[in-house]
Design a protein. Structure first.
Length: 189
């Protein structure tokens, strides 16, 4: 078996850590839990990331970068069926490739919703990222189309959930197109 590159090792560590942070939260996650899930020693994991905070920060940075890249892939597509399909496929492929990050993204959204309901604010870069995601969905926050918002959030959360189940069942290839079709139908296409 060929040796993994540093980039592949980092990707594996960050995706695993993201999933564990999503399930347990930062405060209830230990470096040992992540090391165990990866099959690393605690010292081996700390060789890559010197602390839990450094690892969590790296997960946040990777998620932000990946999300901005996915939003950027929509540039050049006018609002409509092609853009929606590209968006749906991007969400599904992200969940297939980065299952831990996908779980982490959903947890970030839930945390952001709780903060907003409590009148608080979180990390400003993630507040802006949330606005950028909503804009990428073709939703104008100044005059939001509530039906479009409901359809879009339903389609994308459903697609993400279904993709995560497909990963668990190892049926990504078989389920990809039915998930795309269901999400597109939810969007009204």
């Amino acid at each position: 078996m060929p040796r993994q590159t540093k980039a592949e090792i980092d990707a594996e560590i960050l995706d695993c850590a993201a999933g564990i942070f999503a399930r347990h939260g930062f405060s209830r996650t230990s470096i040992q839990q992540i090391a165990d899930a990866l099959g690393y020693s605690k010292a081996g994991l700390l060789h890559h990331y010197p602390s839990k905070k450094a690892l969590h920060d790296a997960v946040l940075d990777r998620y932000e970068t990946q999300t901005r890249e996915r939003i950027g892939r929509l540039d050049g597509f006018a609002p409509g069926i092609e853009r929606d399909r590209k968006l749906v496929e991007g969400v599904i492929d992200f969940a297939f490739t980065w299952p831990g990050m996908s779980d982490f993204a959903q947890q970030l959204a839930r945390d952001g919703e709780r903060l907003a309901q409590a009148g608080g604010t979180g990390d400003p870069r993630f507040a802006q990222l949330g606005f950028d995601i909503i804009g990428a969905l073709g939703i104008d926050l100044a005059a939001p189309d509530r039906q479009r918002m409901a359809r879009t959030f339903t389609a994308l959360s459903g697609a993400t959930f279904s993709a995560r189940i497909a990963v668990t069942m190892h049926v990504e290839r078989e389920w990809r197109e039915p998930i795309v079709k269901a999400a597109m139908a939810a969007l009204g296409h």
